[in-house]
Design a protein around this ligand. Structure first.
Ligand code: NAD
Ligand code: ZN
Length: 235
């Protein structure tokens, strides 16, 4: 299963391509880049602080829960997500009533997580949930090990995805019988290519999206509804 921002839309997390995806008239493409962070780390952290705050107030919706139930019951279903909101993990932990999930029960988070930081110098990754003080450059989060600036552990425009996660995802695409694609515009590559690779390898691709996407032409079935309307039923 491949999911995108649309699966979280009904939880109140804005998609990038929706009207409410904007923050103070900035487009995500202007802020989610290494160049923007080099130039104005305070502004970029302020935006990420706002996004973290927004997502912290959101709950997994019925689509996240149905997907989590399926993953935990079947032991054979995997979730690959472009989302950085952590809601798939949150749903799985709630269904399992434990935060002790196996790696196979966890989603493959292709684009990282809003709730992790990475050191710009030593590369150390850490879970991070505290509010961000972006009032000045001096108050931005810093590495406990080497005191360099921390950045959000997300993949920005122009950056490469983790090669290990990509290999694992394309391997899955070559093995699966059915690929459910929920709430992705299918224009962000290489994430979208995973669904095309699954179709090429003979998997039945089922798309769930209120709008047509480039993937609709290769999907066996395109269900034009929202995630919470369609996902539980189709599963
Ligand atoms: P996108 O914003 O490009 O597209 C969202 C898609 O979801 C659209 O095709 C839209 O028609 C569909 N959609 C909207 N509401 C829906 C609903 N209720 N149910 C089902 N589908 C719905 O998102 P993308 O394809 O994930 O790519 C955008 C990039 O932005 C990704 O790289 C992702 O990392 C990032 N992003 C993540 C989040 C998040 O973590 N929740 C939010 C915004 C953007
Ligand atoms: Zn460091």
């Amino acid at each position: 299963m491949l999911t995108g921002a649309g699966v979280s839309a009904e939880s109140g997390v804005p998609t990038f391509r929706g009207e409410t995806g904007l923050w103070r008239d900035y487009r995500p493409e202007e802020l989610a880049t290494p160049q923007a962070f080099d130039r104005e780390p305070r502004l970029v952290w302020e935006w990420y602080g706002w996004r973290r705050d927004l997502v912290s107030k959101c709950e997994p919706n019925d689509a996240h829960v149905a997907i989590a139930e399926r993953v935990l019951e079947s032991g054979e279903t995997r979730v690959i997500t472009q989302n950085v909101d952590g809601l798939h993990t949150q749903a799985a932990e709630a269904v399992a009533e434990s935060s002790d999930l196996s790696p196979l029960q966890r989603p493959i988070e292709l684009h990282g997580s809003l709730f992790r930081t990475r050191c710009t110098a030593c590369g150390k990754r850490e879970a991070s949930h505290a509010p961000i003080d972006a009032s000045s450059e001096e108050t931005l989060p810093r590495c406990a090990a080497c005191s360099a600036l921390l950045r959000p552990d997300v993949v920005w425009f122009g950056e490469s995805l983790d090669p290990g996660l990509l290999t694992e995802s394309f391997k899955l695409a070559g093995e699966i019988d059915v690929c459910l694609v929920v709430g992705t515009s299918a224009v962000v590559h290489p994430a979208a290519s995973i669904a095309f690779a699954a179709a090429d390898a003979g998997a039945v691709v089922i798309e769930i999206n209120p709008e047509a996407t480039p993937l609709s032409s290769v999907a066996r079935v395109s269900l034009r509804g929202t995630a919470t309307e369609v996902v539980r039923g189709i599963l």
